[in-house]
Design a protein around this ligand. Structure first.
Ligand code: FPP
Length: 260
């Protein structure tokens, strides 16, 4: 075992002993462009290095026992970026899926995606479905990529599907509850995030999981995504473990519920 390996294992054990590990972590991976600019490199260099951060964070999440990791890899708004940057991001995605699926499979990671997958280039769709198929029986971390995704798109799509089902007589208007709405979201099978991390010091949700983030703890890291590695993830989880999640209740009620 390398020195780094053993140090990391110690940190992971301390983290697990320190409190609850968030079961769903969602991340807005921001700052790739600024990371590159700081180094007088093209923006794509930031995205490329960002893939290395993805690899490290996925591996660490699996090891500490996070159940689901949702990464905001490409937003609906990102289609409006210069064409060259969009196609580079798509190429990087295809390459990452090709290079990493074996490792995901061996590490018991199950890959899923949310978003308008049909709008992605054909080769991206093909690589995605190969990776979904290959990893679908894995029982460890669920790595969920948000691709061509936006919260408003998702809520609008759910509203359309519900309206369609009401028109067909499949559901009654009176039966439209919060849990029914949740079941029409692309995250129907995933619990709401416990922790949302945004890198690069920006304090925004930016159309990410708008419905699901209602009671999520938010952690903003100043670090740009290409520099964000497992030690930063551990800091975020340690910070999360210090929070009291009240879900709209008062502190005494939460403490009482914990004794039941
Ligand atoms: C935001 O930084 C980042 C993105 C829009 C793309 C994120 C993509 C990756 C990390 C690579 C592919 C991902 C996977 C899952 C393999 P920005 O470009 O908005 O940075 P800026 O705000 O500094 O300009």
């Amino acid at each position: 075992m390398t020195a780094r390996g053993s140090d990391d294992e110690v940190m992971q054990e301390e983290l697990k002993a320190g409190g609850a590990i968030p079961q769903h972590i969602a991340i807005i991976m921001d700052g790739n462009g600024r990371w590159a600019k700081q180094r007088a490199l093209p923006r794509v260099a930031g995205h490329r290095e960002g893939v290395n951060s993805v690899r490290d964070i996925v591996e660490a999440c699996g090891q500490v026992g996070v159940g689901c990791l949702t990464l905001y890899a490409f937003s609906t708004e990102n289609w409006k970026r210069p064409q060259q940057e969009v196609s580079t991001l798509m190429r990087l995605l295809v390459k990452a899926l090709r290079d990493e699926t074996d490792k995901l499979y061996k590490n018991n990671v199950r890959l899923t995606a949310i978003g308008e997958i049909d709008s992605l280039p054909r080769d991206v769709q093909r690589e995605l479905s190969d990776s979904f198929e290959r990893t679908k029986k894995n029982t460890g971390l669920n790595l969920n990529l948000a691709l061509s995704y936006s919260g408003r798109w998702e809520i609008t799509s759910a509203a359309k599907k519900i309206a369609g089902d009401v028109a067909k007589g499949k559901i009654e208007i009176d039966n439209i509850t919060e849990s029914l709405l949740s079941s029409y979201m692309s995250t129907a099978d995933i619990p709401d995030p416990d922790l949302m991390i945004r890198t690069s010091g920006e304090f925004r949700i930016s159309n990410f999981l708008l419905y699901q983030l209602a009671y999520t703890e938010i952690y903003i890291s100043k670090v740009y995504w290409p520099d964000f590695r497992r030690k930063h993830l551990y800091e975020a989880i340690r910070d999360y473990q210090k929070r009291e999640r009240r879900f709209g209740l008062v502190s005494e009620q939460v403490k009482h519920l914990q004794t039941l």
